[in-house]
Design a protein around this ligand. Structure first.
Ligand SMILES: [Fe+2]
Length: 416
C-alpha cells in the first residue's frame, strides 16, 4: 500500500506557469545542481520509535508504518533547520544519532547529535568549512565523529562561468577529520589523504591509537556527468570500466573514475600519520555497503555490497548491479597497509540470473543473534526480460514489512 502527500517544496512548484517553472528550475539548479529538490528518495531510517524517509537536501519526512502515510517533516523540535544527511549514524551503545547537514550556503557543514529518544538535539556545531564540499556520509566511532571532506564541490562562480554547479575536482585535496562526539571546529584533528570521492562509508572504529575508516572509494563522481561537449556514452563507458593506468591514452580525469572499491584509511591519533589502501580487486566495482548495525563503531568482520555490472552500466550511464558481495575483514591485520596495501580481502559473490539487477540491499540481523553475520540480506531485484520486480530474501523467513530505498527493514508492528 502506498500513500502520496505533496512535499512542502513541491506545492509552490506545482503551478503550470512558465514563471513558476523557470523559478523552480533556476533556484533548484542554483541550490542543488539539479531541478528537483525536497525529495525523500534516498534513504529510510528509524529513530526513537519513529520512521523517516530522507534525501540529503531537506528535512526527513516521518512515515506512519501502519499505512505508509506521509506525516510531517522532522526538525527535532525546531532545533534543526537545514539539510539532513541521508545516512545518519546511531551509536549502538548510547542510542544517540549523529547527523550532518551540508548546504550550498554558509554554514556549509553542521554536525548534530540527537538524543536516543529523538526528542532533543543535544549537540550542534558548525565545522567552519571554507570549501563548499558535498560529502554524502559521515562516520562514527565510540568516541569520535569522522568527517569526510573531499573535492566534490558546489561553486556558484563556476556556474556563472558556464560550468556545472556541482563538480568533482580531481586535482584538489581531500582530508578526513576526527572530532570528539561533542566537539567543535577547533577540536577536529585533520588528516590529509589521497584525493578521492567516497560517497559511502562501510564502518569506522577505534583500533589502538588509530581511527579506522572503511568505505567504498572512487576517483570521481557520477554526478553531474561529463562536461558539455564530451560524448556521454564514451565518457560513462570509460568511467565505469576497469582500465589500466598503463593503457594507451589513459586519462586519470575520466578512465575508471567511477570504478568503486572497498578501501581503508588508518588515522593515527598519536603521531598524525595516515596509511590507506584498497581492500578489493581493481577488476570489480562495488558500492552501497551495509553491515549489521549492531556492529557500528566496532571492529567488525563483514560487510555486504552491490556489485556493478560495468558493461551494462556503461551503456546507460548509471550503475546497474548484478551481484552481491560479502566482504571478509576478519583476516585483515592492522599492518597490511604499511606493507604496501597489496593484500586483498576475501570476497564471496552471489550472481543474479541473466538480465536481473538489484538495488536497495539491507542486512537484517536475526533477532537475538550474537554472531555478526547471523541474519539475512534483503533486496529488490528487477528482471529486464519480464519487466517485473520482486524482493529477494536470502536465508530469510518471516518477512513482514520491507521499506525500501536504502536502509530499513521493519518487522511487522501491530499498533493499537
Ligand atoms: Fe547513499
Amino acid at each position: 500500500m502506498t500513500r502520496f502527500r505533496s512535499c512542502q517544496g513541491l506545492e509552490p512548484e506545482s503551478g503550470n506557469s512558465d514563471s513558476v517553472e523557470s523559478y523552480k528550475n533556476n533556484t533548484n539548479i542554483m541550490r542543488f545542481g539539479m531541478i528537483n529538490k525536497d525529495l525523500t528518495n534516498t534513504s529510510v531510517f528509524e529513530h526513537g520509535g519513529r520512521v523517516f524517509a530522507i534525501a540529503e537536501n531537506h528535512l526527513p519526512y516521518e512515515i506512519e508504518l501502519s499505512d505508509l502515510n506521509t506525516l510531517n517533516t522532522w526538525d527535532i523540535n525546531g532545533a534543526w533547520d537545514r539539510p539532513f544527511t541521508s545516512h545518519p549514524k546511531r551509536d549502538p551503545l548510547t542510542g544517540e544519532m549523529v547527523i550532518m547537514g551540508v548546504d550550498a550556503k554558509k554554514p556549509y557543514y553542521v554536525i548534530g547529535v540527537i538524543s536516543a529518544d529523538g526528542k532533543n538535539l543535544v549537540h550542534k556545531a558548525d565545522l567552519k568549512f571554507e570549501r563548499n564540499s558535498f560529502p554524502h556520509e559521515l562516520g562514527i566511532t565510540k568516541n569520535f565523529n569522522v568527517i569526510m571532506d573531499y573535492p566534490f564541490t558546489f561553486d556558484r562562480r563556476r556556474l556563472i562561468n558556464g560550468g556545472p554547479f556541482l563538480k568533482f575536482e580531481h586535482d584538489q585535496p581531500a582530508r578526513i577529520g576526527v572530532m570528539p562526539r561533542y566537539g567543535d571546529a577547533a577540536s577536529i584533528a585533520w588528516f590529509d589523504v589521497q584525493t578521492h570521492c567516497s560517497f559511502h562509508i562501510i564502518n569506522s572504529f577505534e583500533d589502538g591509537d588509530e581511527v579506522v575508516i572503511r568505505g567504498c572509494r572512487a576517483n570521481g563522481a557520477v554526478f553531474p556527468g561529463p562536461d558539455l561537449g564530451i560524448n556521454i556514452h564514451e565518457w560513462y563507458s570509460r568511467a565505469f570500466s576497469p582500465i589500466r593506468k598503463d593503457a594507451e591514452g589513459f586519462d586519470p580525469s575520466i578512465d575508471s573514475i567511477l570504478l568503486t572499491r572497498a578501501y581503508e584509511w588508518r588515522l593515527n591519533m598519536k603521531n598524525g600519520s595516515v596509511t590507506e589502501g584498497y581492500l578489493t580487486s581493481p577488476e570489480v566495482s562495488m558500492d552501497f555497503p551495509v553491515i549489521n548495525d549492531n556492529f557500528v563503531c566496532t571492529k567488525n568482520k563483514y560487510a555486504y555490497t552491490q556489485v556493478v555490472d560495468s558493461a551494462e552500466s556503461s551503456k546507460i550511464g548509471l550503475a546497474k548491479y548484478n551481484m552481491f558481495a560479502k566482504l571478509h575483514f576478519e583476516e585483515l591485520g592492522a599492518s597490511h597497509l604499511q606493507k604496501g596495501g597489496k593484500k586483498r580481502i576475501k570476497v564471496e559473490y552471489h550472481r543474479l540470473e541473466k538480465n536481473e539487477f538489484c538495488d536497495g540491499v539491507v542486512f537484517v540481523a536475526r533477532p537475538g543473534s550474537t554472531e555478526e553475520d547471523d541474519g539475512w540480506i534483503l533486496c529488490f531485484i528487477h528482471n529486464e526480460n519480464t519487466n517485473t520486480s520482486h524482493v529477494e530474501r536470502m536465508v530469510l523467513e518471516g518477512l513482514a514489512c520491507l521499506l525500501h530505498m536504502i536502509g530499513l527493514y521493519a518487522p511487522n508492528q501491530n499498533k493499537n
